[in-house]
Design a binder for this molecule. Structure first.
Ligand code: ADP
Ligand code: MG
Length: 699
């Protein structure tokens, strides 16, 4: 490695900063200081001057940046410039191949310029940090200035007064906090992006310090590239230690322009993507590529496939926005592969995050104000939905989430932002993500005969209504289906076993080639990589518009279902489902890389909504009633009133359970429902039971 001498450094900077754009930038700084006080130098310009020098800047950034500052102070500013003013030298656009992952940072990187990508997890408030400390010798009062490059206060080594003998005895210096020089500083904790993690690794974290004009700009949840110098700091405990924490002394921050930037699509990829989009079996193929080891669940897979693409985000003339992201909830008995699907989707989706409502970190699903150990102040920590901004948040066991998440989740799902106001901290974070959630029934298993869905899941009804699609999955033994699932799961396992033999000889009694051939449908049609690229391409390039005919189809379907109200006196469907239709249809068009939403897309939406409404909102009488999602549906409420009336009419003598059931059956109420209602009414004290199997009205 060539070492540059002082005059060579000066010459290099003189040449680079002599370029017109930097001359203009420096002139602007001179004119508007201190509002503008940083010069941003593009790494390419350094490289263009000399790649040797550019490499040296990476190796010895402190020395090179100091030389640049020196050059600016001495030669680049107008004569009126006060040499006490400080111009920050910030190097930007460090090439991709110089990027280092957080977990790959090593001792050899200390003191070097590195570029690290991450998601911001926490930011502390901006606080002053001492950059130059003024000490006074306790004996003679000599003033001593000490530069403070690190995070721990550096004291003078000796008294600099030549006239005294202070240095002979024990030294003591007094810090003058008033006169010392400070700069704004902020600590940022960030972690590896989920894209860089494989196989369920926990993301590694690190801290960076941002100083002066770049402090206070970054919000939790943002994806940024930090360019900075890796430094070490002694761990702040009393025991002397030789292991050090590292932190990044950030010199510049780059924001990602687009959420799909991280997926590189070459011309060749584009050709393959367009080819894929023309395949008449595209939809089927994509479904087949989602969790191929899971049998069945075609509708759920279709829905989550469409969710990857999402609807269109719209901003209306009045400035209001309509979300395009689709939210999907899967509720079901344990062991029906809910978690499996969620994990798969979090891997498949660009910017996918998997988190569980139960074991989510302190930050939970949304965002939390937490006490910062260093500063003792409140800081905001981003939760899973914020980290998934621009992607897919897969939230398992949503029903187990904390009370705090429960209260902020509505806003997060609908307006896609989270506002936190706590301990003087108010902040809004973006969470423009789709949510794929799973929940278990309250009592372990679904009671298919039983009451409204909402009463069986521990989630508030208003939250349920935020989901575009809700799938209910029962695990009811059914010999024909069970055999198919069993065969399929065994097939998966056999393929997994056989794969390890590829090329080598089969063990006796089995034929590896034959197993591989018979199980070939378990291999996804499109690889994860292919599908990610396809989704990224569609999201970047396609903004579909609905055709007249598709709009009419959705309109007719919606109005037809609504008209069921006049007979059944239940509300079959609400405007929320209407929005779901639109988003699903748009997603379907995007999936086809079509700029128009056509009848095919409308039909897909109609079919999916019909499928889920049928499972969730149809009463035992076969009527659609969207209120079945809520605590007491209008039908349930009518049933309760009817049963209460039967008992009241029986008067003083009361009535037996059998007689109530028989009377209620005339109104189409099932025995199971009667029993539940009797329990409910007893608990509320509306009726009582003078003897077993006998009820009387309390009123
Ligand atoms: P849940 O989260 O719904 O409780 P899991 O995702 O933990 O369920 O799944 C339990 C196990 O059962 C998984 O190993 C999964 O592979 C298997 N399984 C359940 N249903 C199916 C299915 N339809 N096809 C293949 N495997 C299944
Ligand atoms: Mg699970």
């Amino acid at each position: 490695m060539a070492v540059f001498q002082d005059d060579e450094l000066k010459e290099a900077w003189a040449s680079i900063l002599g370029k017109e754009k930097y001359v203009l930038m420096l002139r602007e700084i001179a004119d508007s200081y201190p509002d503008k006080r940083s010069v941003f130098i593009d790494y390419d310009d350094i490289d263009m001057y000399s790649s040797q020098f550019a490499m040296y800047v990476m190796e010895a950034p402190d020395r090179c940046i100091a030389a640049a500052s020196e050059y600016i102070k001495e030669s680049a500013m107008p004569p009126s410039w006060d040499p006490v003013n400080i111009v920050n030298v910030r190097i930007t656009s460090i090439p991709h191949d110089a990027k280092v992952g957080i977990r790959k940072l090593r001792a050899k990187h200390l003191g070097r310029l590195v570029s690290v990508d991450g998601i911001v997890k926490r930011v502390t408030p901006v606080r002053p940090r001492m950059t130059k400390a003024l000490f006074r010798c306790a004996k003679c009062g000599q003033e001593i200035w000490v530069d403070q490059p690190g995070m721990i206060l550096a004291e003078p080594a000796m008294c600099t007064n030549p006239a005294t003998t202070c240095n002979r005895g024990p030294l003591k210096f007094i810090l003058d906090e008033q006169e010392s020089i400070y700069r704004d500083t902020q600590r940022i904790d960030f972690q590896e992006s989920p894209e860089d993690l494989r196989g369920g690794d926990q993301p590694e974290r690190m801290s960076g310090y941002l100083e002066d004009d770049i402090a206070g700009e970054v919000t939790p949840g943002s994806r940024v590239t930090f360019n900075g110098i890796l430094r070490s700091a002694e761990k702040q405990d009393r025991n002397k230690t030789t292991t050090f924490e590292t932190y990044l002394d950030v010199i510049s921050v780059e924001y990602e322009q687009h959420e799909y930037d991280e997926i590189v699509i070459t011309d060749e990829d584009e050709k393959a993507i367009l080819e894929m989009s023309r395949d008449p079996h595209l939809f089927e193929n994509i479904i087949d590529s989602i969790s191929p080891t899971i049998y069945g669940m075609r509708e759920v897979k279709a829905a989550v496939a469409l969710q990857l693409f999402g609807g269109c985000h719209k901003v209306m003339d009045d400035g209001s926005a309509i979300r395009g992201d689709m939210h999907i909830l899967i509720v079901g008995d344990p062991g029906v592969a809910k978690s499996q699907i969620l994990r798969y989707m979090s891997q498949l989706s660009p910017r996918g995050i998997y988190a569980s409502g139960k074991s989510a970190s302190a930050a939970g699903l949304t965002a939390t104000a937490v006490k910062d150990e260093d500063t003792g102040g409140w800081v905001l920590e981003a939760g899973a939905l914020v980290l998934a901004d621009g992607g897919l948040a897969c939230i398992d066991e949503l029903d187990k989430m904390t009370e705090q998440d429960r209260s902020s989740l509505h806003e997060a799902m609908e307006s896609q932002r989270i506002s936190v106001a706590k301990a003087g901290l108010t902040m809004a974070l973006q969470c423009r993500c789709s949510m794929l959630a799973a929940a278990n029934p309250k009592l372990g298993r679904f009671d298919t005969e039983g009451s409204a869905i909402a009463t069986q899941i521990d989630l508030p009804a208003p939250l349920l209504s935020r989901f575009d699609l809700i799938f209910v999955m029962n695990d009811v033994p059914e010999p024909k289906y069970d055999r198919k699932v069993t065969q399929y799961i065994l097939k998966v396992h056999r393929r997994g076993e056989a794969r390890q033999y590829s090329g080598s000889e089969s063990p006796e009694g089995v034929d590896i080639d034959q197993i591989m051939e018979e199980t070939v449908d378990i291999k996804p049609k499109y690889s994860i990589e292919q599908l990610r690229k396809y989704v990224a391409y569609a999201k970047q390039h396609i903004v579909p518009v609905m055709t007249d005919s598709a709009a009419k189809m959705i309109e007719d379907n919606y109005v037809r279902i609504r008209s069921g109200y006049s007979e059944s006196k239940t509300v079959p469907i609400t405007a929320r489902q209407l929005e779901a239709y639109v988003r699903i249809a748009e997603a379907s068009a995007k999936m086809r890389l079509s700029n128009t939403v056509t009848d095919v897309d409308a039909q897909r939406a109609i079919d999916l909504v019909a499928y889920y409404m049928d499972k969730i909102a149809r009463t035992q009488g076969g009527i659609l009633d969207i209120d079945r999602m809520s605590e007491f549906s209008s039908k349930d409420r009518a049933d309760i009133n009817q049963i209460e009336k039967i008992i009241k009419d029986a008067g003083e003598n009361g009535i037996t359970t059998e007689d109530i059931i028989s009377a209620a059956s005339h109104d189409g109420i099932k025995a199971a429902e009667v029993n539940q209602t009797l329990e409910k009414l007893s608990r509320r004290g509306v009726i009582y039971s003078p003897k077993s199997g006998h009820y009387r009205h309390a009123g």
